[in-house]
Design a protein around this ligand. Structure first.
Ligand SMILES: Nc1ncnc2c1ncn2[C@@H]1O[C@H](COP(=O)(O)OP(=O)(O)OP(=O)(O)O)[C@@H](O)[C@H]1O
Ligand SMILES: [Mg+2]
Length: 282
């Protein structure tokens, strides 16, 4: 295997031993084989995520964001290279993992509370012993009074809140989120960004958050990993040194604007965004 520096790791990444990282990607390549030819979904992915870090992953559609997340979740495996969790290669979905997807994947025949308690049932624990905690979590997410409703009675934003509560109820060490707020309006999205930040500050799980939205990536992340496509690869990694808790007004600070502009320029250089249409997302 190449030395860390030769693999393109940043000095901070290279200085860490694999066991010290919550997640480490080492030369990860993923090729999907299909009748119409091979798709190189990931190419030469090298970066690490320290414990309790919050990393945003931003990039255009098809650049491999979901594939990358799925290799961490043990739902997909690299064609070459390794994905390590606390120094151990991922071979199956790890224990202590919370997952949130773009579509909320709630069970419509179970109440909100029963949906949130599902992780306990899945591991054979007594779910009823945790119902007080589930109720408190739902209440803190603005869902007081909705515990006994069914998902189909809720708005999209409320459903996504329930999905987040379910992902974090068992205090996972690792939370992976794949565009959880993509389908929501801007107001709900802002609100959930603030809730998610609060939750992360309380529990400090290691978090990887995938989004198309540059502002959201910068607002939430301690670091933003920027991806390009064909093949899916990392084109930039940026530290976001904006103190927490961040308020929505943080988005008006020069540092925030500068980081967003740097990402936008990177997409422009790759031909993924036109400079004369600043509102366009990749
Ligand atoms: N199971 C699969 N079989 C074949 N090709 C796949 C499979 N999963 C993903 N791909 C391909 O791999 C590439 C990356 O897909 P992926 O879903 O990871 O992208 P993404 O960045 O998450 O995109 P989006 O932002 O649209 O969700 C795409 O070209 C996609 O068509
Ligand atoms: Mg995706």
């Amino acid at each position: 295997m190449n030395a860390p520096a030769a693999r393109g790791l940043s000095p901070a990444d290279a200085a860490r031993e694999p066991g010290e990282c919550a997640i480490a990607f080492e030369d990860v390549v993923k090729v999907f084989r299909s009748r119409r030819g091979d798709i190189r979904a990931l190419d030469g992915i090298n970066f690490t995520v320290p414990p309790s870090d919050f990393v945003s992953l931003v990039g255009p559609s098809g650049c491999g964001k979901s594939t990358l997340l799925r290799t961490v979740a043990g739902l997909e495996f690299p064609s070459s290279g390794r994905v390590l969790l606390k120094g151990e290669p991922v071979r199956r979905p790890p224990l202590g993992l919370g997952l949130v997807f773009q579509r909320d994947v709630l069970f419509d025949w179970r109440t909100v509370l029963e949906n949130v308690l599902l992780p306990f049932e899945m591991r054979g624990a007594d779910a009823s012993a945790h119902s007080e905690r589930a109720r408190a979590l739902l209440t803190s997410y603005g869902l007081d009074g909705f515990h006994d409703r069914y998902p189909w009675e809720l708005s999209g934003g409320m459903r996504q809140r329930v999905a987040i509560c379910r992902a974090v109820i068992d205090h996972p060490e690792l939370v992976l989120m794949d565009e959880p707020f993509a389908a929501l309006d801007a107001f709900t999205r802002d609100d959930l960004n603030l809730s998610l930040q609060r939750l992360w500050l309380e529990h400090r799980a290691t978090a990887v958050f995938v989004t198309h939205n540059i502002q959201e990536a910068v607002f939430l992340g301690n670091r933003v990993v920027v991806m390009g496509r064909s093949p899916g690869r990392i084109v930039d990694i940026i530290d976001v040194n904006i103190p927490r808790p961040r308020t929505l007004a943080a988005r008006e600070t020069p540092l925030f604007i500068e980081v967003c502009a740097r990402i936008r320029r990177t997409f422009e250089q790759m031909g993924l965004m036109r400079g004369d249409n600043a509102g366009e997302q990749p």
